[in-house]
Design a protein around this ligand. Structure first.
Ligand code: CTP
Ligand code: CA
Length: 222
């Protein structure tokens, strides 16, 4: 209603966001992925555009259209996601890691479809890079926001991740509350402590998160 008077809190800012799952190929027809829908990351991207930001959305495979006004870069694996993030990063003021990046990938994807036999088989996995930790720990790091979906001890794991990845802001939720669904219940963790948000639809949560991060953003270089 009062669109004219909505303050554009991210005007002149560039925001890079990751969203969705990653897909780590096992062979040409199979892979390792997870149940992230991308809804939270896409809602954050939409909220950032509404706040006046230039937005690059680096997205794993999801069933969602690109939000209006967002430049989407579609990727599949964690390694591709890292490359796309670092390509988009120059000039960014904010990086928000919402993607559910696979922690491991097969050491090598098989060139051809793996055929079944009666025997059991195993797949060797190797750790993927931590995209968020690399961005936050790099030179001229933008303001970095992390997400953590936990199945227990949310406060402990969330604060632990915020500290170890050196993030000014982390958004935590319990997997039972958010993953894949339309609503979410989240807690914001920053240097001032924890700030629980009331349960709401993901677009509403996204607006609150963006408002909070904008309030923490150092002034200047817009
Ligand atoms: N993240 C990332 N790259 C990875 C793993 C995670 O950028 N390879 C980011 C996610 O996008 C999220 C944050 O790091 O913003 C936390 O991800 P999460 O999976 O909760 O934490 P991990 O550090 O991977 O620890 P674990 O999975 O063992 O809980
Ligand atoms: Ca992980």
């Amino acid at each position: 209603v009062c669109a004219f008077f909505t303050p554009k809190r991210l005007a002149g800012r560039k925001v890079v966001i990751t969203a969705g799952p990653t897909f780590e190929a096992i062979d040409p027809v199979r892979g390792i992925t997870n149940s992230s829908s991308g809804k939270m990351g896409y809602a954050i991207a939409t909220a950032c555009v509404r706040a006046g930001a230039e937005v690059v959305l680096v997205s794993g495979p999801v069933m969602l259209p690109a939000p209006l006004g967002v430049r989407r870069v579609s990727v599949s694996s964690a390694l591709q996601m890292r490359d796309a993030v670092f390509a988009a990063l120059p000039g960014a003021d904010v990086f928000i890691g919402v993607a559910a990046v696979a922690d491991y990938r097969p050491v090598q994807a098989a060139e051809h479809k793996i055929k079944k036999s009666g025997a059991s088989i195993s797949i060797d996995l190797t750790p993927n890079p931590d995209i968020l930790a690399e961005v936050a720990g790099g030179p001229n790091a933008p303001f970095c926001v992390g997400f953590a979906a936990e199945s227990r001890d949310l406060d402990g794991y969330a604060e632990g991740k915020r500290r170890s990845k050196r993030l000014p802001l982390l958004v935590g939720n319990l997997v039972a509350d958010g993953l894949g669904g339309d609503d979410n219940t989240v807690i914001l963790y920053d240097d001032a402590g924890k700030h629980p948000l009331p349960r709401a639809a993901k677009p509403v949560i996204a607006e609150r998160i963006v408002e909070h991060l904008a309030s923490l953003l150092p002034a200047g270089a817009g």
